[in-house]
Design a protein around this ligand. Structure first.
Ligand code: ZN
Length: 92
């Protein structure tokens, strides 16, 4: 019997990276370098409830759009707060 290759994934992590550029576009004065982007993503993810899902290797993930609609507003709000924090105190 071949074992299915499954792994855990925090779905919110995908959402944060997916929406980060969208939100950053609304704040053209905010630095969008790699360091600041990671700082913003980390702050946003720490303020969001993690949503773990079980994924199979190679699976095309079809629940994304459903979950996206459900959590989009939360992720947008968390990203906006994170952007303002990083803008106030950039690491560089
Ligand atoms: Zn920067």
């Amino acid at each position: 019997m071949s074992e299915m290759k499954v792994f855990l994934k925090n779905y919110m992590e995908d959402m944060v990276w997916l929406l980060l550029d969208d939100v950053l576009q609304k704040w053209p004065e905010v630095c969008g370098c790699t360091v600041c982007r990671h700082d913003i993503a980390a702050i946003a993810l720490n303020s969001l409830q993690p949503r773990y899902v079980v994924r199979e290797q190679g699976e095309v993930y079809s629940k994304v759009s459903v979950l996206e609609a459900q959590y989009r507003a939360d992720v947008y709000a968390a990203l906006t707060k994170a952007i303002l924090l990083v803008q106030r105190k950039p690491r560089h």
